[in-house]
Every structure is written in structure tokens, then in C-alpha cells.
Design a protein around this ligand. Structure first.
Ligand code: SIN
Length: 297
């Protein structure tokens, strides 16, 4: 019996009783999907036994899966799974991208067809000396952030568009990277060609609910394209800071076996950097394709 309990937070619902070793009925899936559209983030507990095949099969219920441009961090045999980890193999080679998400961002907002949702499975969670989890992830609900904007700002941004670029988040993450961390290697020309910059409306309509969403983020949104930089730069900064106000955010403390599903269209997230080896963090992510976004009416 699947139980869906909304958190007393600006987003999120806890899901218990979901057994990913068996197929979900259509009715169960529709309930989960509508909770995702409503709460923007689902926290599925107790998935310690979920294998990559089951993670992929479950993710496919939401749509086709992306194969991430960071080829060296894909799980061997499972190109749909992108590894986020500070762990290294016996040859000292990183198992995953350790510094994914170190600045506020929306997964794949830099693509012409941004991702619908991501599913991140926690297999190892770092802890401090007293057993408290480290490596939290903070999520922001950009639907309620948009709703809370003053009417004058809503009018000001109604027809504006912004440029998103993958290489931009690289620079942003390297700028905040702490000494001794892995850092991000420059993208190859082939990788850059796979993810050229793209332009999206600043206020988009959620593809399933039509709700207006504030679709800019500190990590991948480089500039507003329809107004001069002298005006657009400060406006972009103001919108990005607004979206992550405490009134719109929830900080998730991971447990081993958590599988989080977040709606990329109406959220942003930030991975907190407060651990390093020998504190190990190992996560596996699938990323569901979305369609072209459209401006809110
Ligand atoms: C991500 O940006 O998808 C990674 C989030 C995390 O590692 O907490």
C-alpha cells in the first residue's frame, strides 16, 4: 500500500510502501505523478534493495531517459545512470562527478528541451563523527516563488527570455570549489556541441498543470537576452535570489535508500559541500527527458 504524506514544507511529500521490485499499476503511477506535480518533490524511502534495472524501469514510467553528456561518470552497463560521488576506484579514478550541483540550478535547463524530472538514489550517505548525515540537498519551489513576486515584477518579466548554458555552470562551480576538491575538467568540443546554449522564457507554463513558473537559476542562466545587460544583470540576480528564499525551500537530509524524484520544471536545487573522503557519498541519478518549454499565458 503506497502512502503519500505531504511534508509541512514549501515542497515535498514522503512516499512509503512503494516496492520497486514489482510493476506499478497505472492507478498507483497516476497518484504518484499527480503528487509530483502538486508537491514538486517526492521522497521515496527504503529503497536499499533497488537495483539499477529497477531504478531505470521506474524512471521510464515518467518518460524517455537522457544519457548525460559526462560520459565517464555513467554507470558501466547502464548509460541512463549518471553517478554523483566523491568516491574513487582502486586506481584513484573518480566514480562520479563529486561536485555536481554545488550552485543552485535546475537539471538540464540548458537544453532546448529541459528535463521533466530527475530521480536520485542514495546508496552511500556521508556522516559526521556523531552520526549526523552530511551532503544535504536543498530544494526550492519555483512555482510558489513566482506566485510570490510583486505584480510589477510579474509584468516586467512577462515577455522576457534568458540564455542558459551548460559551460556556465562549470565556471560557477569551479569558482566556489573548495581547496582539495575534484574540480570540473573543461568540456571537450564534442561535449559542448552536444549541449549548445539555448534560450527559454523567464516565466514558463508547467506542461502538465499550466501553472506559471519562474524559470531562471544562478547556475545555468547566463543572461536575460531581451533587455540591455545593465538592466538584465541586476534583474537576473534579483530573480535568482528571490527563487531561493527560505519561504520556498526545503533542506533534505539523506538516508541510505532514499530515492528522490524532483520535478525539474518547477524546482531548483543545491548540493551542500560539507564532507569529503573518507566521508563517502555515492548517488545514482536518472534524468527524464522533457519537451520544449512554453511561455506562461
Ligand atoms: C544534482 O545536482 O543532481 C546533485 C544533487 C546532489 O548531489 O545532492
Amino acid at each position: 500500500m503506497i502512502d503519500i504524506t505531504p511534508l509541512d514544507e514549501p515542497l515535498g511529500a514522503e512516499i512509503t510502501g512503494l516496492d520497486l521490485s514489482r510493476p506499478l499499476s497505472d492507478e498507483e503511477f497516476v497518484n504518484l505523478e499527480s503528487a509530483l506535480h502538486d508537491r514538486a518533490l517526492l521522497i521515496v524511502r527504503d529503497q536499499q534493495q533497488t537495483a539499477p534495472e529497477q531504478h531505470i524501469a521506474f524512471s521510464r514510467r515518467f518518460g524517455d531517459l537522457e544519457v548525460h553528456v559526462q560520459g565517464s561518470f555513467l554507470l558501466p552497463g547502464f548509460p541512463e545512470i549518471y553517478r554523483i560521488s566523491n568516491c574513487i576506484d582502486e586506481d584513484g579514478k573518480p566514480l562520479g562527478l563529486a561536485e555536481a550541483g554545488r550552485v543552485w540550478h535546475t537539471d538540464l535547463s540548458y537544453m532546448a528541451e529541459p528535463s521533466r524530472c530527475s530521480l536520485l538514489h542514495a546508496l552511500e550517505v556521508p556522516q559526521d563523527d556523531t552520526g549526523n548525515p552530511l551532503g544535504d540537498t536543498v530544494f526550492a519551489n519555483t512555482r510558489i516563488a513566482y506566485a510570490a513576486l510583486p505584480d510589477s515584477t510579474k509584468q516586467q518579466i512577462a515577455d522576457l527570455r534568458a540564455l542558459h548554458r551548460y559551460g556556465y555552470i562549470y565556471d560557477r562551480i569551479n569558482a566556489v570549489s573548495k581547496p582539495g576538491r575534484q574540480g570540473l575538467k573543461p568540456l571537450s568540443e564534442a561535449q559542448k556541441n552536444r549541449v549548445p546554449p539555448c534560450i527559454h522564457p523567464i516565466v514558463i507554463a508547467h506542461p502538465f498543470t499550466d501553472a506559471p513558473i519562474l524559470f531562471v537559476n544562478d547556475g545555468t542562466t547566463e543572461k536575460i537576452v531581451d533587455i540591455p545587460e545593465a538592466e538584465g544583470g541586476p534583474l537576473l540576480e534579483q530573480l535568482c535570489q528571490h527563487a531561493i528564499k527560505p519561504d520556498f525551500t526545503y533542506r533534505h537530509r539523506w538516508r541510505v535508500g532514499d530515492l528522490l524524484i524532483w520535478d525539474n520544471i518547477q524546482t531548483q536545487h543545491l548540493a551542500i559541500d560539507d564532507y569529503w573522503l573518507p566521508q563517502r557519498r555515492y548517488m545514482q541519478r536518472t534524468t527524464v527527458k522533457g519537451g520544449k518549454v512554453r511561455a506562461a499565458a
